[in-house]
Design a protein around this ligand. Sequence first.
Ligand code: THU
Length: 133
Amino acid sequence: MSDKDALFRTALEYRHNAYAPYSGFAVGAAILGGNGKIYGGCNVENISYPCGTCAEAGAIAAMNADGERLIKAIVVVADGKDLITPCGACLQRILEFSDTNTTVYLANLEGIKKSYKLGQLLPVAFHEESLRS
Ligand code: THU
């Protein structure tokens, strides 16, 4: 199985564990780490709505908890007419652990449909050098 297939399958599997009683919108994510391992996440909502977390944030936390810091690729999967892209906050979270090759795959329940470099989705980001200039 290719890395891309394995990523999609993991994101789909984790999506089943989404806790989304308020939006009814289940999202799964999976990261291919710099170490070759795959980390999954799902959205976890809260009755205090702003406390909810996105699927991407869960996968990023799992990767960091395992000691890995590089996102080689991330896939986000949801069910809908339109593909979903990571929200602005999650693009910034992904950026923190990215390099110039970090790829963002967008998927629906059928599979991965689109591929972007993170820089295409967040071209003018707040980054580390901004603090020092
Ligand atoms: N959501 C994600 O988990 N990832 C995204 O990329 C977009 C939105 C979640 C947040 C919330 O639980 C639900 O989808 C509806 O916005």
